[in-house]
Design a protein around this ligand. Structure first.
Ligand code: PHE
Length: 474
């Protein structure tokens, strides 16, 4: 290795950075939308069950693999397997996945930046028009915002693990938590807020079916930044003698709590806008919700707090989402950088430049695939619809592949590294791990039921999305 890979300064540094990665659009927008459409608290119970019983052991495995190998995902798989072969491919998949997610996440983060600037400069009325999103996504000025965003992200990444990633999370994560709490308290003062809270918190189990369960697991993976090589890489920056199970629990709890509070912010706002609303009509996607519907809701607050008050609320909301997206974006772009530093023996600086260029090459057509350039907009079609390049990247890497990468991690840890190796690594820094109930649960489930569930969800998603066949029959 040519240079020091970097390390988090402390356990708190790791927890904040990993939470910074985990807390993103998935928590602030996608989770509230999913929960409100799919039975409120009933969805929450299922989601929490997946986080605790399926995702948490996979998180532990990824972090332990990283710490043991001190490598990026490709290095971790191939070094620990002791040979290149098939596991090298699992590692490569865990580099390609974050790279492609970085592409689609950059596109969305650019839109958020535009909305933030518009809301802060008094243009909430423009944003609330139904044509606004189409105009924003097709406007060439997006490229200016893209340059600003990527310059900021790569500037942070140039600072390295401790002075870049960790410092950003130390500043933004507490800020984000305080802002979220303030917005939750503010929306509670609006008329009909109580109806939104009731809708969110009263469970409706009749909405739960196979597709909802499938979506809950996919979303839990995305939200915890699992199956994208992030936790392997962050594990490699984790102190040798710190407690992995406890730190990981803190990350999972923080991520889930923020998702829960985001619902307490959005649903009262939505019901204040229209007390008779049926959340099924909200929008089909969280992108639709955040960019089309929320600005209308924010504008409607002017009846209560005036145009300036409504604009301030919208600005605070988009700033919150932007901060969350920025820490996530930084975390995901770190993975290919770690790969270049470890495997290609590049200096960090060079790796950052190479990654910035590679990302730009794919982000630019992805940005142009929403209305700017027709062949990219109508890129292909499957599952009964025409898909843009952006849709394809989002479908494959956001909605499909993550449980499969998680599956490879489970199989690798259980059958190649073997449970004894994993347990020994998890016991470093946590003397009580060996012989604990957690150890027993992980050793029974990680090679059996957990990968079986992940594979089933992956296969069902492929069948539904690309072949319009739902294996769960619902
Ligand atoms: N976990 C993030 C969220 O919930 C998503 C994410 C994606 C994070 C990609 C990092 C990288 O939005």
């Amino acid at each position: 290795m040519v240079e020091d890979r970097g390390q988090f300064s402390s356990r708190l540094g790791f927890v904040l950075a990993a939470a910074g990665s985990a807390v993103g659009l998935g928590n602030l927008v996608a989770f509230p939308v999913m929960a409100s459409k799919n039975g409120g608290a009933a969805f929450l119970f299922i989601y929490i069950g997946f986080v605790a019983l399926v995702c948490y052991p996979v998180m532990l495995s990824e972090i332990a693999m990283g710490r043991k190998s001190q490598r990026n995902p490709v290095g971790a798989f191939s070094m620990m397997a002791g040979s290149k072969g098939i596991w090298n491919w699992a590692g490569k998949l865990a580099i390609l996945t974050p790279f492609m997610i970085a592409v689609f996440y950059s596109v969305i983060t650019v839109w958020i930046l535009v909305y933030l600037v518009y809301a802060a400069t008094g243009n909430l009325d423009f944003l609330s028009q139904s044509s606004a999103f189409g105009e924003v996504t097709a406007s060439p000025s997006l490229f200016i915002y893209l340059v600003v965003l990527l310059a900021l992200v790569f500037f942070i990444l140039m600072g390295g693990v401790r002075h870049g990633i960790e410092r950003l999370a130390r500043i933004l994560m507490p800020t984000l938590a305080v802002m979220l709490l303030a917005l939750v308290l503010f929306v509670k003062t609006l008329d009909n807020a109580g109806a939104g809270i009731a809708f969110y918190l009263i469970p409706d189990f009749s909405k739960i079916n196979g597709s909802v369960i499938n979506a809950a697991l996919n979303h839990a993976f995305f939200s915890l930044s699992l199956g994208m090589g992030i936790l392997i890489t962050y594990g490699s920056y984790f102190n040798k003698d710190d407690n992995i199970p406890q730190s990981t629990r803190m990350v999972a709890v923080a991520d889930t709590s923020i998702a829960f509070f985001a619902g307490l912010m959005l649903l009262p706002a939505i019901f204040a806008f229209d007390p008779n609303i049926n959340p099924d009509d909200l929008s089909t996607s969280s992108v639709g919700l955040i960019f089309n519907f929320l600005p209308q809701i924010f504008l409607s607050m002017q009846g209560a707090v005036g145009y300036v008050g409504a604009s301030n609320f919208a600005t605070a909301f988009f700033a919150l989402v932007f901060f969350a997206a920025l820490t996530s974006l930084v975390s995901i772009i770190e993975i290919p950088i770690a790969y270049l530093v470890d495997e290609w023996e590049m200096t960090r600086k060079r790796a950052v430049y190479v990654q910035a260029s590679l990302l730009a090459v794919i982000v630019i057509p992805a940005v142009m695939s929403l209305g700017m350039v027709e062949p990219l907009t109508s890129f292909t079609s499957y599952g009964g619809g025409v898909k843009s390049l952006f849709d394809v990247i989002s479908d494959v890497f956001y909605e499909t592949i993550l449980p499969f990468v998680g599956f490879t991690v489970c199989i690798f840890c259980s059958y190649r590294w073997k449970m004894g190796g994993l347990s020994a690594e998890l016991a470093v820094g946590d003397k009580s791990y060996v012989g604990s109930r957690l150890e027993k649960y992980v050793s029974v489930s990680l090679g059996t039921i957990i990968p079986a569930i992940l594979l089933l969800v992956f296969v069902n998603t492929v069948a539904t999305k690309y072949f319009a066949v739902n294996l769960f029959g619902i």
